[in-house]
Design a protein around this ligand. Structure first.
Ligand SMILES: Nc1ncnc2c1ncn2[C@@H]1O[C@H](COP(=O)(O)OP(=O)(O)O)[C@@H](O)[C@H]1O
Ligand SMILES: [Mg+2]
Length: 264
């Protein structure tokens, strides 16, 4: 579905701050995969998503999406097929627009350019969708999104992404800024939508136990490399301790990410 082929990426090339983040990185994700991604700060998780989404272009190598070379395709073009959610609940929705207008933007995206308009039937559909979120949003279609709480906003962002019918979903610690209760709600909505729509998904989390519990494949990154890639039956047998031990074995060093180890 999407692959990174021999991608090399250097920030600030030729300056004292030169930083080669990826050196011939290879990775391929299949349609229907639900991949969890872990790794300490600076491992390259967000930059990997930036490569896939077209936020950054590799210096060498290719990004192939559905068999097409999209290496040079700008982010806004790839955004037609790639949905992305960030940690910041303010990032995915427009504060000064109403819920229904925000939702309409995404629904139009999902209808791939077909002319559709906001009518009674659509409002009822939006209300139903919002009711499903169970966050008290079903009667707030005409409120500005800026009035919502972080949890409500991230749940709405998730719903909107689903309405836009993405082929690939990139979730970058999208529950990390929420309080534990809202984080749980948004996470369970996430797993529901992924399953219901069979969404090909990559999800960065700093919670190792969560990365083990969810999805069919787990990637562990370190210093710009995918150092562990565990799927299927092997993934089902994982524990946090096993994962930490496997990391030590392949990297010859101890996995140090206090945050990740603490959130079991
Ligand atoms: N736009 C940028 N300019 C310079 N360096 C960057 C940029 N984006 C990321 N990096 C560097 O790339 C490396 C990986 O960062 P990142 O992908 O954000 O890590 P992670 O998401 O795993 O914490 C870090 O060394 C970071 O400083
Ligand atoms: Mg990151």
């Amino acid at each position: 579905m999407i692959s990174v082929e021999n991608a090399t990426l250097t920030f600030n090339a030729g300056t004292p701050n030169e930083n080669r983040v990826f050196d011939a990185l290879n990775l391929s994700v299949d349609k229907g995969d639900f991949v969890t991604v872990i790794g300490s700060n600076g491992a390259g998780k967000s930059t990997l998503f930036n490569l896939l989404a077209g936020t950054v272009t590799p210096d060498a190598g290719r990004i192939v999406l559905n068999g097409k070379d999209v290496t040079k395709a700008p982010e806004y073009v790839r955004a037609r097929t790639i949905g992305r959610i960030f940690q910041d609940p303010l990032a995915g929705t427009a504060s000064n627009m109403t819920l229904e207008d925000n939702m309409m933007v995404c629904l139009k995206k999902g209808f791939k350019g077909l002319r559709i308009s906001l009518n009674r039937g659509r409002r009822e559909f939006f209300r139903e969708q919002l009711r499903f979120l169970d966050m008290g949003l079903e009667d707030r279609l005409k409120d500005n999104v800026g009035l919502l709480s972080g949890g409500q906003r991230q749940a709405l962002t998730l719903l909107m992404m689903v309405l836009s019918r993405p082929e690939l979903v990139l979730l970058d610690e999208h529950t990390a800024a929420l309080d534990p209760r809202n984080a749980d709600i948004v996470l369970s909505l996430t797993t529901h939508f992924v399953k219901e729509y069979g969404l090909t998904t990559m999800m960065v989390t700093h919670n190792m136990q969560q990365a083990i519990n969810l999805g069919n494949r787990l990637l562990m990154m370190d210093a710009g490399e995918v150092v562990l890639d565990i799927r299927g039956e092997k993934k089902k047998d994982l524990t946090v301790d096993k994962l930490v031990a496997m990391f030590s074995e392949v990297r010859n060093k101890t996995f140090t990410s206090d945050e990740a180890l603490l959130s079991r």
